[in-house]
Design a protein around this ligand. Structure first.
Ligand SMILES: Nc1ncnc2c1ncn2[C@@H]1O[C@H](COP(=O)(O)OP(=O)(O)OP(=O)(O)O)[C@@H](O)[C@H]1O
Length: 399
């Protein structure tokens, strides 16, 4: 592996939105450059069972015109967070401010929000136009004006005027979701809450709606808090992403900073495919990086991360994290491949469209995955191979 210095300082915060050095707890909340439209401070909600935490800690700010995603697996607390901001649930602790106003004790219908959930939840007895106009009707707007505005908003979301008189039940799901987006934005809410609204769509329909959301967010100046389980969607759509796991926010950052510099192995796994290789730290050096003996016996180098558990220390347990696309693979001996290359054996190679997925055996019972572009010269299954990575691509986290 090419040796180059990527040292991590002790200043900064893992909750910074920039790819600043990773540091230990306690976290400092992210501070957007612009005045925050939404402020969430120390938000907490207990779960439905004794002692459980539905949301153990959430702290973030969203500036006007920004889209921030809550990314986490099923049960991470994303919907609970959205429901707390919407006013459907009362927090046990913490504060929510929208445009500087405290939201405590403000019922949902008085909050300056729009909401689109995973199910379109349209009113079956109303027409498409009636559904889209509903928030304006609830605010007492005269029929003519609200129908004009609703028709214009439906069109922005890609629904032609002829559909206005249809019942939502007659439309396919992708179009019903678009009606729900029109209904969620027609009253120009200060904050748009999206509880995984693309979850049930797939393929082109999903991509098209995601692209329209991003475009209309800019055109309408929407400020958005979006919840999703899908790392690709969160990273591709958002100005910033808050990674949630078991009710706790683990890291907040810009998409690329999160992907390149996850604060811990859990964030690494939640933000994209990664190899997590357990081992013991042999040495830590500013120039040479962190020298690790993996449990499979292979010695490897990575950049030490000063994360929530502290920095890796010699003799301590650690996890070396490396993204599959950062693992170079060649049908060569380690000597031919270069300094710090590791002998490997190809177990399996699978075609995955834009890349090939290689499973490789290393050391005694070790295994890792590499993604390589089709067209590269790669080893044959079972044949000799070597792998290598750049020091900056591998991260060593203290366990
Ligand atoms: N109203 C509620 N009050 C207290 N706890 C709740 C409430 N609703 C859900 N929970 C609990 O909070 C935890 C998080 O659930 P939540 O629905 O927020 O997860 P999620 O991240 O949105 O998952 P998914 O992606 O499956 O929607 C779960 O353990 C759930 O049982």
């Amino acid at each position: 592996m090419a040796r180059r210095l990527v040292s991590f300082g002790t200043e900064g915060t893992i909750f910074s939105r920039d790819s600043a050095p990773r540091t230990a707890q306690p976290p400092t909340p992210a501070t957007p450059a612009r005045l925050p439209l939404l402020v969430i401070e120390g938000l907490r909600k207990s779960g439905q069972t004794e002692g459980a935490q539905a949301l153990a800690w959430l702290e973030l700010q969203i500036a006007k015109g920004e889209l921030v995603s809550l990314l986490g697996p099923a049960g991470a607390g994303k919907s609970v967070a959205i429901d707390l901001v919407a006013g459907f649930l009362e927090p046990d602790a913490g504060r929510i401010l929208i445009k500087g106003e405290k939201q405590a004790r403000l019922p949902a219908w008085k909050r300056d929000i729009g909401l689109v959930a995973a199910e379109p939840d349209l009113f079956p007895e109303l027409t498409v136009l009636g559904n889209a106009a509903f928030p304006l009707e609830a605010r007492g707007m005269a029929r003519g004006e609200r129908e004009d505005r609703a028709a214009a908003m439906l069109e922005r979301w890609g629904l032609p005027p002829a559909l206005g008189s249809a019942r939502p039940g007659s439309l396919p799901l992708a179009r019903r979701m678009r009606v729900a987006f029109a209904r969620g934005t027609v009253h120009e809410p200060a904050l748009l809450l999206l509880d995984d609204p693309l979850r049930m769509l797939d393929g082109e329909e999903r991509d098209a709606l995601a692209a329209d959301l991003r475009r209309l967010q800019g055109e309408l100046g929407l400020t958005v808090l979006h919840a999703t389980r899908d790392a690709g969607l969160a990273l591709g759509l958002s100005d910033a992403v808050a990674v949630l796991d078991a009710g706790r926010m683990r890291q907040l950052g810009r998409p690329q900073a999160l992907y390149d510099d996850p604060a811990d192995p859990v964030v690494a796994a939640l933000t994209g495919p990664c190899n997590r290789l357990p081992g013991t730290v042999l040495s830590v050096d500013d120039e040479e990086g962190c020298h690790v003996r993996l449990d499979c016996g292979v010695e490897a180098l990575g950049t030490p991360v000063l994360g929530p558990q502290g920095a890796p220390v010699p003799g301590g347990r650690c996890t070396l994290v490396i993204r599959p696309e950062r693992v170079a693979v060649a049908p060569l001996s380690p000597e031919e491949m270069g300094e710090d290359a590791v002998p490997a054996r190809l177990i399996e190679m699978r075609f995955a469209g834009d890349h090939l997925r290689l499973r490789l055996a290393i050391g005694e019972g070790g295994e890792l995955v590499a993604h390589r572009s089709p067209g590269l010269i790669l080893p044959e299954p079972g044949a000799q191979a070597s792998i290598a990575w750049d020091l900056a691509a591998a991260r060593v986290h203290r366990d």
